[in-house]
Design a protein around this ligand. Structure first.
Ligand code: ZN
Length: 95
């Protein structure tokens, strides 16, 4: 195949063009690049956090509201927890 940026012929399995160094636009190579692996790792971490954050945030947020010392922090925590819950609801209903 040929590079779509400079037109140089690139090997079937190469990820970047040897002529201009730009990524070769082959869908089969996309999952193999380190950047994609990193993105997936981050995505999984985000999903992991967003799954566990709403219940924990709601519990500690409500608990904290009853104490004057933690009231402000608790309301912030509760807001974020409610927001993530709504985000999940939107995601699930959207699918
Ligand atoms: Zn090129």
């Amino acid at each position: 195949m040929y590079c779509r940026f400079c037109g140089k012929e690139v090997k079937e399995k190469s990820i970047v063009c040897s002529g201009c160094g730009r990524p070769v636009d082959d869908p089969s190579n996309l999952t193999k690049t380190p950047i994609m692996g990193w993105t997936w790792g981050l995505l999984f971490a985000l999903i992991f956090v967003s799954v566990f954050f709403p219940p924990i945030g709601l519990i500690f947020g409500i608990k904290g509201l009853f104490s004057e010392a933690t009231k402000v922090k608790a309301s912030v925590l509760l807001t974020v927890a409610v927001f993530t819950t709504l985000l999940w609801a939107a995601l699930i209903l959207g699918l």
